[in-house]
Design a protein around this ligand. Sequence first.
Ligand SMILES: O=C(O)CCC(=O)C(=O)O
Length: 262
Amino acid sequence: MTEEADFIAAAVSEFHDQGFVLLRSVVSTELIDKLRRLVERRFHEATQLCDDELDLVRDVSIMRMFEYDPAFREIMLIEPVYTIIERILGPDFHMISQNALRTPRGNGVVKWHIDDALFFPFLDQLPAPTTGSDPLPCFSLNMMLALSDIEEQRFGPTQIVAGSHRFGRVPEHSATLQQGFMATSILAAGGDIYIVNSQTWHRGAQNESDRIRYILTTAYGRRFISQRFYPFLNYCMPSDVIVGASDRLLRLLGLHEKGPYG
Ligand SMILES: O=C(O)CCC(=O)C(=O)O
């Protein structure tokens, strides 16, 4: 195997084992600075909009960043992350959302949760899987790109409970982790990417600093997981997003072969 193939195989294995994997220094500082500036501009533009259009911003989350600038679409194609995700989700996966999180002091998505429905509720009735057993299938995940340095607890890192994607339970929806479980803080520098299984217990710790914390979250799912582009029913992707896109990007945006059901 080449060094890159080894790296990809190890990342996929770590993801299945721990419910997340952290990849260091994937994106250049220049691109990170550009993306952060774009998020800041989008935030200020969006908060000037009238009520009807304000659907773009929900608390710390600014939605559908892929509409805003080609740089957000390029991030979806970055290697080796694309290949790692393809190995996990299979060849026809697509993007289900892309949000920028802009978290000032005192804020954060602080309650423990999983994303999506609980896919394997029966697991808590079964004996714990033995080491080396086949990994559970993963149906959806979130690729999180740090757009600022979050290398200390006070900057509000993402926290996860390692291995919780196998619990077959959801966490108590509270800012305090229930007894008997251990949180791991993902201390990241700008340009680091971590990929988190939608079933893994996670949250964003509160930002206790004056440094605004920025993360770009791009969630992906297998084809049967629906895309979540608000307002859902009448969502129409702006034509400039699609013009000139490669086949790979078009598929990530939601263009698929015809198949069962349609
Ligand atoms: O802010 C974070 O680190 C976590 C965000 C989160 O939990 C989510 O987007 O589902």
